[in-house]
Design a binder for this molecule. Structure first.
Ligand code: ARG
Length: 255
């Protein structure tokens, strides 16, 4: 029995970070710094302006950390590695425009949603508007997103779905005619088109709407609760509205 537990402990040690526990709220409070993670290539939500990480989610997360009495530090990493990093205790909270889905909820705990938005069809050809127009077409989307998943599972007759590690690469596929349509977030598309008047893409219909939330490790409900409390306060005291207006000229909170 004893030998077995020694072997088990050695095996666990070999697995290394994959068995790490998320830091509970008390440990974070004691340390004083909330470790945040995002992709950082998702303007205007979280992106780099030169070397500085900025955007709606960056402002909001920093504001909420401050309300929680914490300092913060950021890590940026590819979108599809963000949620697993929670389990490995590489960061405490992910804020990277994740839609709340039952599938993701099996692995992590979502906070209260910090905005609501939709997946939009973007195309060169104005006759491509919605799901029915995607039949026989090649559609691009970012790897690991609800956009990709939706097109793969719910849009009948699509000729080919092509996925890319970044949203920008998915957009480039549309630009260079390797895709007929690109599915992405509507505010992001709006800003991208406003910033690049030469790109004549057309914004089509919303395929679905989703509630977007931050995520913490599955067993870290106390951290989610502390975040939610700060978030509720920001909705009440006008600070959420101010941050939202700064980036979108409107309030994008969920109804
Ligand atoms: N809302 C979509 C999802 O939940 C896309 C999120 C993409 N986020 C990013 N930082 N690239 O999957």
């Amino acid at each position: 029995m004893q030998r077995f537990s020694v072997i088990a402990a050695a095996a666990l040690a070999l697995l290394g970070t994959s068995v790490a526990q998320a830091r509970p709220l008390e440990a974070i409070q004691k340390d004083g710094t909330l470790r945040l993670a995002t992709e950082g290539y998702y303007a205007p939500f979280a992106y780099f302006e030169g070397k500085k990480l900025t955007g709606f989610e960056v402002d909001l997360a920093e504001h909420l950390a401050q309300k929680m009495g914490l300092k913060f530090e950021w890590k940026t990493i590819s979108f599809d590695a963000l949620l697993t990093g929670l389990k490995q205790d590489r960061w405490d909270l992910v804020i990277s425009s994740h839609g709340i889905t039952p599938e993701r909820e099996k692995a992590i705990t979502f906070t209260a949603p910090h905005y609501c938005s939709g997946a939009q069809v973007i195309a060169r050809d104005a006759s491509i508007q919605g799901a029915k127009d995607l039949a026989g077409k090649t559609v691009s989307a970012q790897t690991g997103t609800t956009y990709l998943d939706y097109v793969q599972k719910n849009v009948p007759g699509v000729k080919r779905v092509v996925n890319f590690p970044t949203n920008e690469a998915a957009m480039n596929a549309l630009m260079t005619q390797r895709a007929d349509a690109w599915v992405t977030e509507r505010f992001l598309a709006k800003e991208m088109l406003a910033k690049n008047p030469k790109i004549k893409f057309h914004q089509g219909e919303l395929l679905f709407v989703e509630r977007i939330a931050a995520a913490v490790a599955k067993d870290n409900q106390p951290l989610a609760a502390a975040w939610n409390q700060a978030f509720a306060a920001s909705l009440k005291d006008g600070s959420y509205a101010k941050i939202s207006h700064k980036w979108f000229q409107e309030d994008i909170r969920c109804p």
